[in-house]
Design a protein around this ligand. Structure first.
Ligand code: KIV
Ligand code: ZN
Length: 386
């Protein structure tokens, strides 16, 4: 039996934090429906204390989530914990994600706190949070530039005070895969009670190593991986969910670890996010780029024609990739349009459908064939996202 690593999706929090990727409440809810279909274990819906809009978005996501746990980020202070608690009150499964920086550079210049101050704050605030939440994730921000012995002391306090997941983020995308797996092993060997909590990893992609580092950490025993759709996030982004999931799936022989992700929803999720934030996916982006399953060179085409596995390591249907076999045109009716929109993940009521059908007719009068991209453009232009 393969072990399962939990997927913690932070597209709506860390992903949304990056320039050009912001989403309004309606858009976040639309995406949350799709993220639930993907089968993630945890969705980080936002940072409740950061703004009223973020607070309200978390509330809405909390209301619609059925099986996934909904998390809110919070700093180590009572107000942040209280705001997160309020925002998550309607969630069936809720998690507080509380963090504080532990590297010397962050403690000195950002927090202006000593090591003792940080330890006291973790003790005080995880204890306070435990009165409200049973599921608490604690993160040492900038963990990979933190003195590892000090980090172990901090983690021990968090575990003793009731944290149920410990996250070890590579906040600035600095670590190398072997170093990261050494840190994970050291935490596993030195924190008393660590076997009863999840060890989570959260990587940024500044050196292009976020996926490699996440995989190394999973191999070293991490039980949760934090990621975003299409790898969006601060600066060079976060670990791309689809890449880590498909690496585990495709190289099951190497990892013997899987996820709960329904991989057939990957393509749809990637396209939906791209259309919502208006950021196009690079054609060479692993897993979801347009070129990933196309073969230009004659010698490759010849090989693929005889046996796809000559140049393809994944079956495109596994990620829900479909060649456009079913194209709409000006003779298509409302029913066909509705069916296609549902396939693309858009939930449209009958009244909205009338407007969208009008727009569809206008476009199809000009264009002979209407492809998925055209429909996505119609939907975003009309802001009919839910
Ligand atoms: O990158 C980071 O350290 C974070 C934490 C808040 C987990 O996003
Ligand atoms: Zn981050």
């Amino acid at each position: 039996m393969k072990k399962i690593v939990k997927i913690f999706d932070t597209t709506l929090r860390d992903g949304e934090q990056s320039p050009g990727c912001s989403m309004n409440r309606k858009e976040k809810v639309q995406l949350a429906y799709q993220i639930e279909k993907l089968g993630v274990d945890v969705i980080e819906a936002g940072f409740a204390a950061s703004s009223v809009e973020d607070f309200n978005s978390i509330r809405e996501v909390a209301k619609i989530a059925k099986n996934m746990t909904v998390a809110s980020l919070a700093r180590c202070n009572k107000n942040d914990i209280d705001r997160a608690y309020e925002a998550l009150k309607d969630a069936k499964y809720k998690r507080l994600h509380i963090f504080i920086a532990t590297s010397d550079i962050h403690m000195e210049y950002k927090l202006e706190m000593t090591r003792e101050d940080v330890k006291n704050s973790v003790r005080k605030h995880v204890t306070y949070a435990k009165e409200k939440f049973s599921d608490i994730e604690f993160s040492c921000e900038d963990a990979t530039r933190t003195d590892v012995d000090f980090m172990i002391e901090v983690i021990q306090i968090a575990v003793d005070c009731g944290a149920t997941t410990i996250n070890i983020p590579d906040t600035v995308g600095y670590i190398m895969p072997d170093e990261y797996s050494d840190i994970i092993k050291k935490v596993r060997e030195n924190v008393v009670g660590i076997e009863n909590v999840d060890i989570s990893v959260h990587c940024h992609n500044d050196l292009g190593l976020a996926v490699a580092n996440s995989l190394a950490a999973i191999k070293a025993g991490a039980t949760q991986v934090e990621c975003t759709i299409n790898g969006i996030g601060e600066r060079a982004g976060n670990t791309a969910m689809e890449e880590v999931v498909m690496a585990l799936k495709t190289r099951g022989d190497f990892f013997n670890i899987d996820t709960n992700i329904n991989t057939k929803e990957i393509m749809k999720s990637s396209e939906m996010l791209s259309s919502i934030i208006g950021v196009k996916i690079s054609p060479t982006k692993p897993i979801v780029g347009k070129n990933v399953f196309s073969h230009e060179a004659g010698i490759h085409q010849h090989g693929v024609f005889k046996n796809k596995e000559t140049y393809e390591i994944m079956d495109p249907s596994m990620i829900g990739y479909k060649a456009n076999s079913f194209v709409l045109g000006k003779h298509s009716g409302k029913h066909a349009l509705k069916q296609k929109l549902e396939e693309l993940g858009f939930i449209v009521n009958d009244i909205e459908m009338n407007d969208i059908f009008e727009k569809f007719k206008e476009v199809s009068d000009v264009k002979k064939e209407i492809y998925d991209d055209d429909l996505i453009a119609i939907m975003s232009a009309n802001n009919k996202l839910v």
